[in-house]
Structure formats: C-alpha cells, structure tokens
Design a protein. Structure first.
Length: 214
C-alpha cells in the first residue's frame, strides 16, 4: 500500500502568519473562536489529502501553500472578529466567514475527483483544475463542509438545529460566489487569493445579516 507523500502544508512564512492569526483569534475572540478555527484547519487537511493519488495524477495536488493562502483563508475570519467587536453584533460574521472558506475548500479539493467539471462561462466540460467550474460532487461537498462548521459551531456556541442549516447555506452561497468570480480569474481579473477573500466577505455579510443575534 502506497504512503501519502509527507509535506508541510505551509511554507515557513505561511506557518508564522498562521500562528499569528491563531493568536489574534484566540486573544480577541476567545477559546471557542479558536477551536472553530482549528476545526477549519483539521477539515482542510483531511479534504486536501482526500484523493491524494488521483489529484496528483491529474496534476492538481497542491503541496506547500504560501502566506498568501493564509491571507486568502484567514483574512475573512479575522475581519469577522473585528466586525463582531466594533459593532457588537455577536459571533455571526466570524462563523459566516469560517463556513464560507470551509465550503470553498471542500468544493475545490473534491470537485475535480468527480469527472470533468462544467465551465460556468461556456457551460462546457473542461479539464479539472480550472477556476470558475463546478461538478455535482464538488457542489454537494461544498454544502457538506459548511454544514460541518455549523455542527461544530452548535457545540461551541448557542446555536439551534435550524441555524446549523443556515450556516451551511451561508457557506455554500459564499463558495458559489467564489466560483462565479473564478470565471473572471480565468480571464486575468483577480487571482485565487482575491476570489477566496471575496468568498469570506460574502460569508461575513450573510453571517452579519442572518446570525447577528448570536
């Protein structure tokens, strides 16, 4: 049985920035906020390693990520914490941001394993790895990832079963917006970092709107 190649998930600058982000979340948010961030990280590791050999054969497996990846996925949650404190609106913006980036991570890491994706700009099948595309499996996993964040949030904060589904929907919408902006990315407008940040901002806005009472 083959072993999965052991590589660091982040380069050194990425590790330093990730540690700084974790300390920021812990200090300004609290232990529950920090644990939710850890849940995102653990889920990200699992879904990244999922289908390792298939993704490697397709040439889409990413090894060490840089500090830019930390910014792309961590800026939203950090901003969510700031908004929660400044506007005293509770944990909604933070949970929304985490749900969105998790949903996008699940979609991007699993979607390519379900056959040839459909390009949203042409509605034609294309090779896996292109931005702005969807597959049925990636779409399903997108909602699943956000729903897992909702379940984790229910254990950490006072959240009802209905709100778990709302969190799943918030994350899913953020991921779909990310995919739509991926179409522009393929045309040279923006990059993966900017589309991921937009995804998390959508999560913040929806979290603020739908979960501000938490």
């Amino acid at each position: 049985m083959k072993k999965v190649e052991k590589t660091l998930l982040l380069d050194k600058p990425g590790i330093i920035l990730a540690l700084a982000l974790g300390l920021f979340i812990l200090f300004f948010g609290g232990v529950s906020h920090f644990i939710l961030l850890l849940v995102f990280f653990i889920l990200s590791v699992v879904v990244t390693k999922y289908g390792y050999y298939e993704k490697k054969d397709l040439g889409i497996y990413e090894h060490e990520r840089s500090w830019e990846n930390v910014v792309a996925n961590g800026l939203g949650p950090a901003l969510g914490i700031i908004i929660s404190i400044v506007f005293n609106v509770g944990v909604g913006p933070y949970i929304g941001a985490i749900a969105a980036v998790t949903s996008d991570k699940f979609a991007s890491e699993t979607g390519a394993l379900a056959g040839r994706p459909i390009d949203l700009s042409t509605l034609k099948h294309v090779k896996p790895g292109k931005s702005g595309c969807v597959t049925w499996f990636g779409t399903l996993m997108s909602f699943t990832g956000a729903l897992l964040i909702g379940i984790a949030a229910a254990l950490l904060f006072k959240i009802s079963p209905t709100q778990i589904v709302i969190i799943g929907s918030i994350g899913f919408i953020g991921s779909m917006i990310d995919t739509l902006f991926g179409v522009f990315e393929e045309k040279g407008i923006g990059n993966k970092t900017t589309t991921n940040i937009i995804c998390s901002i959508v999560g913040i806005i929806l979290g603020y709107s739908l979960l501000s009472h938490l």
